[in-house]
Write a protein that binds this ligand. Sequence first.
Ligand code: LMR
Length: 395
Amino acid sequence: MFGDLAEPPVDPILGLAQMLARDTNIDKVDLGIGIYHDEWGRAPVLKCVKDAERWLLETQSSKRYLSSAGNADFNLRTRELLFGTGSDAFDRSRALQTPGGTGALRVASDLLKRLRPEGRVFIPGPTWPNHPGVLKASGHELVVYPYYDQATATLTFGAMMDALADLKADDTLLLHGCCHNPSGADLNLDQWRTIASLVAAKGSAVLVDLAYLGLGDGLDEDSAGLRLLASALPELIVASSYSKNFALYRERVGALTVVGATEKAAALAHSHSIPVVRTLYSMPPDHGAAIVARILEDGELRRGWEAELAVMRERINAMRAQLAARLAAQSGRDYSFIARQRGMFTMLGISPPMVEILRSDHHIHLTSSGRINVAGLNTQNVERVADAIAAVNLL
Ligand code: LMR
């Protein structure tokens, strides 16, 4: 059964790890997978996480099963973080802890397939390379809508709205809540409003992928589009991740949050998610979610987290500005889009052969789509990286 199998395709992001490990150059630069690196190139455990883990170790008295919905405190704090305590959307929502943001996406995807079996899912072009795989695994037909043009480094909102005119009531629209992956180009509030009106008129479902909350402009700023949708639409589905903003990558902490027209509708959507979870993985692992719940409910830990998050965000944005300035100086081209965009990623607009030259000649590792993780830059390597990109672009 196994011996004649062909090699499966290499994952465009996770597959980079092997190439990076094989590169023995001591100055190699990792701009591949979306992990936050500090100024010294480390990806450390946050102090607030260490403190919460210590508290958990001392106080946790049992490892008995929780439920398919996971940690109840975490689910409550997730709704508060997304919509703000006491908001109408908070009251009309229910959350369910999942194994990472990917787990949330897959549960949402399976739930949508059960509720709207004929519906298609509209995804942005470009998008996170794992989106199509997760959605297709549930049997969805996908439609790609134009979102970002690499040649002009602009969001193609007009073309996006033209494509979304084809949405039917049974379809689902997938949007990135903030820090679009891979482009870094986000919708402004007017654009969120226009989308909300269109979707309200069509009656389509909306699934928001929120994996980088707090890493763009701030917690409130980054959730503004999501909150606008939640107040304008009767129903909404949110897949959120705590991998990046709590640096809890390997702990797999995420949440699926459903907003209903009424509290009762949200409770029904939540209860229909439970059998999906039960058949996929029964229940999520607790450790990471217990840490997040503790940090979000303890005043001092929460302040500590927000301060650590601000350090990450400000360093990413400083690197964006430095990279854009150096690239412009070295190439004579306009790279100001890099400084304007938000989150971990930007697209250099270079071809796979150019990416290969960066890897082989300059020991700079990035995905073959030309996406770089800006959080892999630091004051020691940013000029070298910019100079290499400018040189490759002039070939
Ligand atoms: C990324 O896009 O690099 C991250 O979201 C990591 C992943 O799982 O792909």
